[in-house]
Design a protein around this ligand. Structure first.
Ligand SMILES: Nc1nc2c(c(=O)[nH]1)N(C=O)[C@@H](CNc1ccc(C(=O)N[C@@H](CCC(=O)O)C(=O)O)cc1)CN2
Ligand SMILES: Nc1ncnc2c1ncn2[C@@H]1O[C@H](COP(=O)(O)OP(=O)(O)OP(=O)(O)O)[C@@H](O)[C@H]1O
Length: 272
């Protein structure tokens, strides 16, 4: 259905996107990244993570005047031990026990922190996509866990794995950098805080056109089903794109899932 039209739009957008002059592209990317980081910061710091309603494309406008900063985790210093008179042996044992306990409780709170850390599903940009790597780095710096996809060609499915640095990647399908399989796999869809969805073109009703594998459509359907079953809110679905990727109207099919937020160099569009 509409395959010719879809592939025409794909080609046209890819061409348009790759013809941005390098200096101009860098400036636009910087603004997109600032907007995206500001959005994440606001959504994750407050309880602003909620799916938006629907209707027309509304431009919220400029955000992030200053370089955005995530609020880091604050860890308190343990209280000082109580003084009393003890034998050397006792103090050594006590010191050891304390050290064990604090190792243990540090490990426990690290695990707890990890469990409670926001989970951001992103992707590694390829071809002429907006370079969102600085957003991933900002996440690493502020305790937001980042997962990126591996494509399973035979079933056109995505599997997400956590990455901690750029060295966690290897060249995969279509020349896209993919996470190592040894890394932590995303096993709980309910743990997802927000999803950044790649795409070639987006429209006024937050429809999206991808590269045509149906990978994200399938994955998002699974996510929606999992949230539905658990009666949990669906995490916000975001896109980061250049203004030139916005179209009036794209052909949508039943399996196409609409986004909640589209972030461009001009601002943040939220479905209301
Ligand atoms: N950065 C990024 N990662 C991503 C995606 C993406 O859009 N962007 N994907 C989003 O789904 C998945 C990869 N999907 C892709 C699907 C098709 C083609 C591709 O090259 N298709 C051919 C035509 C189809 C064919 O002949 O098989 C082409 O465009 O020439 C590339 C990636 C997973 N990872
Ligand atoms: N949820 C789904 N279940 C089964 N098949 C699907 C699903 N979503 C999409 N498909 C199929 O995948 C193919 C590609 O779909 P489409 O053109 O919408 O991909 P896309 O959104 O551009 O790509 P991508 O999601 O990989 O970025 C179509 O043949 C479509 O029927």
């Amino acid at each position: 259905m509409n395959m010719d039209y879809k592939s025409q739009v794909r080609k046209r957008t890819e061409k348009l996107r790759s013809s941005l002059a390098p200096g101009d592209r860098i400036q636009r990317e910087q603004r997109i990244n600032e907007h995206l980081i500001a959005w994440l910061q606001a959504a994750i710091a407050g309880d602003g993570i909620r799916a938006s309603g629907r209707t027309a494309l509304s431009l919220i406008g400029e955000t992030a005047q200053d370089p955005p900063v995530f609020s880091g985790n604050v860890t308190g210093t343990p209280p000082n031990g109580m003084d009393s008179i003890r034998t050397n042996e006792e103090s050594t044992n006590l010191a050891q026990t304390k050290a064990d306990q604090s190792d243990e409780s540090a490990a426990r709170s690290a695990r707890q922190e990890e469990l409670e850390s926001p989970v951001f599903l992103a992707y590694v940009p390829f071809r002429s996509e907006c370079d969102i790597k600085p957003v991933i780095e900002a996440c690493w710096e502020t305790g937001i866990r980042v997962y990126v996809p591996r494509s399973i060609y035979s079933t056109r499915e995505l599997k997400f794995y956590e990455i901690h640095s750029w060295s966690d990647l290897e060249e995969g399908m279509h020349g896209i950098l993919e996470p190592n399989r040894g890394n932590e796999i995303l096993s709980d869809l309910l743990a997802v805080t927000a999803v950044l969805v790649p795409g070639l073109a987006f429209d006024r009703s937050f429809g999206r056109l991808g590269y045509g594998g149906g990978y994200y459509d399938r994955f998002l359907e699974q996510l929606l089903i999992a949230c539905g079953k658990a009666e949990k809110k669906v995490p916000p679905l975001l896109a980061a794109a250049f203004e030139i990727q916005l179209a009036d109207d794209l052909p949508m099919e039943a399996h196409d899932i609409r986004l909640d937020v589209i972030i461009t160099e001009s601002g943040i569009y939220t479905r209301t």
